[in-house]
Write a protein that binds this ligand. Structure first.
Ligand SMILES: O=C[C@H](O)COP(=O)(O)O
Length: 227
């Protein structure tokens, strides 16, 4: 079975570059402003319109403080773009629990499902997953906050990753794995049966996530996942 994948783009120019080889999820973020840096709502709106349902779309709302008011405003604003999934980063923070509690009603009312992004270089297990399901998240993605450090497969053991996928699925949510993944990680990650594997750095020139996305590398990824 082909493993589904998400590719992050940073602009309309990149969307146009790959619009004839779209991934399962076209993810929009601004890598220059953080792990989950946000693109402008106008540009996300235009890309969603251009893609016109040819694949699923997702957008991040930025590397924000764990402040429910700030996150709530960002979610409402990005929701206007009509992107399929909204993604928020849950950073290790003493205010995280209160923030999640305060976001609960909004998560259940937004027109789009919201994906929580957890950072494998900030936590060591999947213990937050049941709380996220109770809050109304539609999915959980593991990523890395630091993009100059280790990649996901170096941070968490296979058992820990397996447990994350299992717990997320058992809670009825989508599961995603990302974090400076290289094509060579696919062999180890595929058997875990996450719903999506996510890539940015590996698709870019010099494997630098802020550099230009290279369509040849996207094609190599597609072939590797289909093999
Ligand atoms: O959502 C997935 C990320 O954009 C992955 O980015 P990365 O491969 O540079 O860590």
């Amino acid at each position: 079975m082909t493993t589904r994948y998400l590719a992050s783009i940073q602009s309309m120019a990149e969307a146009l570059l790959i619009e004839h080889q779209l991934p399962d999820i076209l993810d929009m973020k601004n890598p220059a402003t953080g792990a989950l840096g946000a693109m402008s709502i106008t540009e996300v709106t235009e890309i969603v319109r251009r893609i016109n349902g040819r694949c699923l779309t997702s957008a991040t709302v930025g590397d924000l403080a764990m402040d429910a008011t700030v996150i709530s405003e960002a979610l409402n604003a990005m929701s206007q773009s009509r992107v399929d999934y909204l993604k928020i980063g849950l950073f290790d923070d003493p205010d995280l629990e209160d923030c999640l509690e305060a976001l609960k009603p909004q998560l259940k009312q937004l027109p789009q499902p919201v994906i929580a992004v957890l950072f494998a270089d900030q936590i060591s297990d999947a213990s937050l997953v049941p709380t996220l399901a109770a809050c109304g998240f539609a999915g959980v993605m593991l990523d890395t906050a630091s993009k100059r450090g280790q990649r996901l497969t170096q941070l968490w053991s296979k058992t820990a990753l397996e447990n994350f996928v299992l717990q997320t699925k058992q809670a009825g949510m989508l599961s995603g794995l990302a974090g400076a993944l290289k094509f060579e990680d696919i062999t180890a990650l595929r058997p875990l049966n996450a719903d999506y594997l996510g890539f940015r750095s590996a698709l870019c020139d010099q494997q630098q996530r802020t550099a230009a996305l290279n369509p040849d590398r996207l094609e190599q990824l597609r072939l590797a996942l289909a093999a």
